[in-house]
Design a binder for this molecule. Structure first.
Ligand SMILES: Nc1ncnc2c1ncn2[C@@H]1O[C@H](COP(=O)(O)OP(=O)(O)O)[C@@H](O)[C@H]1O
Ligand SMILES: [Mg+2]
Length: 303
C-alpha cells in the first residue's frame, strides 16, 4: 500500500460532479493539475471548495466505504484526523471519492527528509499517535482478524502448508477491540504547524493493537530498502525511535509480537504488491515457522 509520491500526476481532467454529497453548484469545480494537492497509491486528492479536499480513487473498491467509516470513527474518537463530509461516497466521472477537511501541510516523510535532525522526534511522534489510537475503542469497525483471514489464502507464494500454519497462528492470537489503522507510515501523516494529522484510513479495522504495531514494523523494514534508501541513517534513527517509543508507551510481549509479525508479513505478500522483493517476506515467514531468526528482526543501530 505504499508508493513513492509521484511527480507526474494523472489528473481527472475537467470533471463534472454527477452525484454529490449534496454536490451543490458552488462546489462543482475543476479537478485538474491546478487543484491537485496530493496523490498516493490509490487516489488523487484535490482542493475542493472552502477548506475541503476531495480524495478521488483510481479504482472502485469496497475499501473506500471502509475508509469513510474508519476515518469518521477516528475523528469521533478525538484523534487528529480530517473530518469526513457527507454520509456516502461521491461519484465524479465514474470514480468514487470522499470529501474531507483539507489539511494544509506536508507529509511526515517530506518533513524528515528536509529536516534529518528531526528524525528521532518525528519517530517518537509517530509512536505516540499509534499508542493513542490503539487506546481508542474500535468496536464500530470491521474485524481485522476477518480481513487478515481473507488475505492469507491469496498469498500464494507461501504455499498451502505455510498458509495453514499462519492461519493456525492467527487463530491462536487474542482478538481485541482496539482501533487499528494498519497503514501508519510517514506518508500517511501530515504536519500542521508543530502537530501531526493521520490520514488514509482504508485499512482502519478493529483488532489487536500488536497487529497494528507489527504492520508499522513491517513498513519500517520496507522503508530501509525503498523510500528511505537515499538517507539510511536518518530513517534508521526515525524507525528506531518509533519502535522504542511505542514499546515504552504500550509494552509488548515479545513472543506474541513475533507471532503477529509472522501473520502480518504473510499478509504483506498479498497486500503489498507494489513493494519489491516479496521473496524476503516469504523467507521471513518460513524462518519464523521454523523458529529461526531473520535479519529483519534486528532493529539496527541505535542512537
Ligand atoms: N485531507 C487532506 N488534506 C490535504 N491533503 C491531503 C488530504 N488527504 C490526503 N492529502 C494528500 O494526498 C496524499 C495522498 O493521500 P492518501 O489518503 O494517503 O491517498 P492514498 O490512499 O492513495 O495513499 C497525501 O500524502 C497528502 O499529500
Ligand atoms: Mg496513503
Amino acid at each position: 500500500m505504499i508508493r513513492a509520491p509521484r511527480t507526474q500526476h494523472g489528473a481527472a481532467g475537467h470533471a463534472t460532479l454527477r452525484v454529490g454529497l449534496a454536490a451543490p453548484r458552488e462546489y462543482a469545480m475543476r479537478l485538474d493539475e491546478s487543484t491537485l494537492i496530493g496523490s498516493g497509491a490509490n487516489a488523487e486528492v484535490y482542493a475542493y471548495g472552502d477548506g475541503r479536499a476531495l480524495k478521488l480513487f483510481r479504482e472502485r473498491s469496497p475499501f473506500h466505504a471502509n475508509e469513510m467509516l474508519a476515518a469518521r470513527a477516528a475523528a469521533e474518537a478525538g484523534l487528529p484526523t480530517p473530518r469526513v463530509w457527507g454520509d456516502d461516497l461521491i461519484e465524479v466521472d465514474d470514480r468514487e471519492g470522499i470529501v474531507f477537511d483539507r489539511v494544509d501541510g506536508i507529509t511526515m516523510h517530506q518533513h524528515v527528509e528536509e529536516n534529518p535532525d528531526d528524525a528521532k522526534a518525528s519517530g517518537r511522534a509517530l509512536a505516540e499517535l499509534h499508542a493513542r489510537m490503539h487506546a481508542c475503542d474500535g468496536r464500530g469497525l470491521h474485524s481485522l482478524r476477518w480481513g487478515l483471514m481473507q488475505s492469507i489464502p491469496r498469498a500464494r507464494a507461501l504455499g498451502p502448508e505455510t498458509q495453514d500454519a499462519v492461519v493456525s497462528i492467527l487463530y491462536s492470537l487474542p482478538e481485541e477491540p482496539s482501533m487499528c489503522h494498519n497503514d501508519l507510515h510517514p506518508l500517511n501523516v501530515l504536519r500542521v504547524g508543530d502537530s501531526w494529522v493521520i490520514i488514509d484510513w482504508a485499512g482502519g479495522l478493529r483488532g489487536n493493537r500488536l497487529a497494528g504495531h507489527a504492520r508499522s514494523w513491517l513498513l519500517s523494514r520496507y522503508w530501509m530498502d525503498t523510500l528511505g534508501s537515499s538517507a539510511p541513517h536518518t530513517w534508521r534513527r526515525f524507525w528506531c525511535a518509533y519502535l522504542d517509543t511505542y514499546r515504552e508507551l504500550a509494552p509488548v510481549a515479545s513472543e506474541e509480537l513475533r507471532a503477529w509479525q509472522t501473520v502480518i508479513v504473510a499478509v504483506g505478500v498479498t497486500w503489498d504488491k507494489t513493494v519489491p522483493d516479496p521473496e524476503t517476506r516469504v523467507e521471513f515467514v518460513e524462518a519464523s515457522l521454523a523458529g529461526r531468526s531473520h535479519r529483519w528482526l534486528s532493529d539496527g543501530e541505535r542512537e
